[in-house]
Design a protein around this ligand. Structure first.
Ligand code: SAH
Length: 336
């Protein structure tokens, strides 16, 4: 049986088969992933409104513009009131989920975050947090306050590469965080970067196997885009099509999960999110942060929509989605 046919029927592939799909240039991978998406997730696209609430970070991830050692970034943190206000407006634009993302900013104590979560919950929204590595008890407190989901990309499962990219952090602890989140009953999202320096095709295959083994509920994949204000300024950066291949293979192996068409993909290809939605993705995360903050949340250069308003983004993405005969979901969009 041909590899794509096997994947379509069994949703299981071995390492060599994944490697061969990653190395191939055959675009039928994308149409098969699109079919799997349609069969398991239908034609609805879930929109998640993204609030980038602080760009202050104690970590020093080599690839990320928010890294604590980057002195060229104008730092900000939103007040509790601003975050709640952006979430309220998000629910008024029709979003059913808000994603609260930030650097690892310790001013947002567990207590403060829980107060914010409780307020945001009053707007009848599902809440996704994306705030990095915490202890079991911290994750537990956010869950009790009302958080539903958590995004924490593993970034890479390659031990050496992980170590090179993340000074003073460990792959083991990141895996521990993801396990804790699953134990606590979060819908748990992970994912990886594609195109990190010295990353191999084989290691991407291992990332995909790790995702399958852990049965994550959401998986986000994006190309690494070099940021001039980081130690990786001169690096080559990731390839749009290889990122798309990783994403499509994930759809084949985890047919019923939520997969976003990522902003980084659109940054490398002006039609990137639509191509992703036609290659296995079923989620888009429009930015609902207002004003100048968007520009300042500069993880990588060239980020799309930094001068747009939440209202503009909402209508823009709706137009794109309906133009490919897909509909916008009115549900919370949990995995099941
Ligand atoms: N502090 C949070 C949120 C991180 S930012 C956390 O640790 O999860 C969200 C994602 O941006 C990261 O998980 C990473 O995969 C991605 N990212 C960071 N730098 C990037 C770059 N230069 N190019 C593309 N994506 C990047």
């Amino acid at each position: 049986m041909d590899i794509l046919e096997k994947a379509f029927k069994t949703h299981s592939l071995n390492r060599d088969e994944i490697i061969s799909l990653l190395k191939s240039e055959d675009k039928s991978l994308f149409s098969v992933a699109d079919k799997v998406r349609e069969k398991y997730k239908g034609n609805e696209v879930h929109l998640r409104g993204l609030i980038e609430f602080s760009n202050i970070c104690k970590r020093t991830c080599k690839y990320c513009g928010l890294r604590g050692e980057n002195e060229h970034l104008d730092r900000y943190r939103l007040s509790k009131e601003e975050i709640i206000d952006f979430a309220r407006k998000g629910s008024e634009y029709g979003y059913k989920t808000v994603v609260m993302q930030s650097g690892e900013d310790e001013v947002f104590t567990t207590e403060l975050l829980c107060e914010i979560i409780k307020e945001v919950k009053k707007f009848d929204l599902a809440i996704t947090l994306s705030i990095g590595e915490k202890t079991f008890d911290e994750y537990k407190a956010y869950k009790c306050a009302g958080a539903d989901r958590f995004l924490l990309r593993i970034e890479t499962t390659d031990e050496n590469l992980y170590h090179q990219m993340h000074p003073k952090m460990s792959l083991e602890n990141r895996k521990r965080c993801l396990k804790d989140l699953q134990t606590l009953g979060y819908e748990t999202g992970s994912g990886c970067l594609v195109g990190l320096p010295n990353q191999t095709i084989e290691s991407l295959a291992d990332d995909i196997l790790y995702f399958k083994e852990n049965d994550f509920d959401m998986l986000g994949v994006g190309p690494f885009i070099p940021n001039p204000n980081t130690p990786l300024a001169q690096a080559k950066g990731g390839d749009f099509w290889l990122s798309l291949r990783v994403m499509a293979i994930i759809r084949l192996l985890l047919p019923d999960i939520n997969i976003p068409a990522t902003t980084a993909m659109e940054t490398l290809n002006p039609n990137g999110r639509i191509i992703a939605l036609q290659s296995g993705a079923n989620v888009v995360m429009p930015n609902i942060t207002e004003g100048d903050y968007r520009k300042k949340y500069e993880i990588y250069p060239g980020k799309i929509c930094v001068s747009d308003t939440p209202n503009h983004c909402r209508h823009c993405i709706e137009g794109k989605i309906t133009s490919i005969s897909r509909t916008i979901s009115k549900t919370y969009g949990f995995r099941n």
